[in-house]
Design a binder for this molecule. Structure first.
Ligand code: AMP
Length: 197
């Protein structure tokens, strides 16, 4: 059985943390474009040099660059039976790229988990995290810019997936464990099975 998942939510929605928990429970790798970019920036690779200024500003890396990275990653062996995408696709053009890639392999997403968190709550969490972790990419302006881009570019992808009947909207306000349980319940209601412990 395959498990191909996407988690969508604004920055500060907790999607990174929940994504790791879901991936672990369902026995699939997390494919996070943000993590891939951060690792490349840290290691000062040619890709890292190319995307540093863009990610620092909170803007989106060009679709072609991002989609190629994801295609390469999804072609690896550990993603054969499933994966959890975090942070990609982030606009409708990327949805098209992913559809093309997956349909070329006779595959499709099984579920799109949308973590609903009000903007005010995201802002509060991100500002706190920036203070605690001293994240250089999380200044107030950049945080606001990321949330604006989420609302204008990323939220519309939910309307593309909804008619396919694969979207699960999850209330993202609550304790981490409560939210994880909500997500598990939604995925299990779709007949997706957690991996044996
Ligand atoms: P994230 O950790 O998902 O918030 O990603 C951090 C940054 O990486 C974003 O603000 C973007 O600059 C870039 N990024 C991550 N995923 C994508 C994507 N799918 N398309 C374009 N840029 C992305």
């Amino acid at each position: 059985m395959t498990t191909r998942l996407l988690i969508v939510g604004p920055q500060g929605s907790g999607k990174g943390t929940q994504g790791v928990r879901i991936a672990e429970a369902f026995g699939v790798p997390v494919v996070s474009t943000g993590d891939i970019f951060r690792a490349n920036i840290k290691n000062n690779t040619p890709l890292g040099q190319k995307v540093k200024a863009i990610t620092d500003a909170g803007d989106l890396v060009p679709d072609e660059v991002t989609s190629e990275i994801v295609r390469d990653r999804l072609a690896e062996d550990d993603a054969r039976e499933g994966f959890l995408l975090d942070g990609y696709p982030r606009n409708t053009a990327q949805v098209g790229h992913l559809d093309e890639f997956l349909s070329g392999r006779g595959e499709a997403l099984d579920a799109v988990i949308v973590l609903d968190v009000p903007r005010e709550e995201s802002l509060k969490r991100l500002t706190l995290r920036a203070e605690q972790e001293g994240r250089s990419d999380d200044t107030t302006d950049v945080i606001a810019r990321r949330l604006d881009i989420y609302e204008s570019e990323t939220a519309p992808i939910i309307d593309v997936y909804a008619p396919r009947g694969i979207v699960d909207r999850i209330d993202g306000v609550g304790s981490l464990d409560e939210i994880t349980e909500r997500i598990f319940a939604a995925l299990e209601a779709r007949g997706l099975a957690r991996a044996a412990a």
